[in-house]
Design a protein around this ligand. Structure first.
Ligand SMILES: C[S@@+](CC[C@H](N)C(=O)[O-])C[C@H]1O[C@@H](n2cnc3c(N)ncnc32)[C@H](O)[C@@H]1O
Length: 218
């Protein structure tokens, strides 16, 4: 059974998130005050949904990973929604990295790392993760799938821009195809948040016992 299946207009989606996490509006405002707007950041309703999901994963000692910090907006949303968890957020661009660090410097539970997701995976020796938010190189999103094996059983991986070719906003056929493949390989997503008007969505999976990503021959 799905855990979240929110398919609605933008205003309705935002109302649903406020019901799920009453503090969400305050968190979004706080994140905005820390991080100036950028074209690459998650949209307003996606920000609300991301907060709800991070909130659900919040627990003392939990460890989160974000792939793709950019300016730091989504990292701020996640960290403020889950104050008991620690977040590692990856930004490989030399230009973006110092800005992200500066914007997130007041959040004690965030570490910004200047690495690509697949390089960081090679050197990562930390504990299994509670939550992974994937928003890096969309065309190469499958290179982020090995992070599945670094999730705890019950841990959650969430993909931004699960948008088909025919999406009105931000078509992302690579993410669409890859997430569909993952769904067939593992199981259908437990988390679906979608705006049918724009055909923009986020999809999330909880790792179940015995599920290992071994890769596929394409
Ligand atoms: C769409 S932006 C992220 C926006 C951010 N999540 C937000 O909502 O505020 C994508 C970012 O991912 C970074 N990126 C690209 N490839 C990456 C990789 N392999 N690992 C980590 N980050 C990557 C890019 O430099 C870019 O800043």
């Amino acid at each position: 059974m799905s855990e979240i299946n929110w398919v609605a207009s933008v205003s309705r989606l935002i109302a649903m998130t406020a019901k799920d996490f009453p503090g969400v509006g305050a968190v979004v405002k706080q994140a905005r005050a820390l991080v100036p707007p950028s074209k690459r950041e998650v949209a307003k309703w996606e920000a609300h949904v991301l907060c709800c999901i991070a909130r659900r994963c919040n627990s003392p000692g939990a460890l989160f990973l974000e792939i793709g910090t950019s300016n730091g907006y989504s990292a701020a949303l996640i960290a403020l929604s889950a104050p008991d968890a620690k977040l590692i957020t990856l930004e490989p661009e030399q230009f973006a990295f110092p800005y992200a660090k500066e914007h997130l410097s007041s959040l004690p539970n965030v570490r910004v790392v200047n690495e690509r997701s697949w390089d960081f995976l090679d050197i990562y020796k930390g504990p299994q993760l509670d939550f992974v938010f994937v928003d890096g190189t969309h065309k190469q999103v499958m290179r982020d799938f090995p992070w599945w094996n670094r999730l705890k059983i019950g841990g959650l991986i969430l993909f931004h821009d699960y948008n088909p070719e025919r999406a009105i906003l931000r078509p992302c056929p690579h993410v669409w195809a890859a997430v569909n493949l993952l769904s067939g390989y593992m199981h259908p997503p437990e988390i679906m948040a979608r705006n049918p008007g724009s055909r923009v969505a986020m999809a999330g999976f909880r790792r179940q016992a015995g599920e290992v990503w071994h890769g596929v021959d394409l």
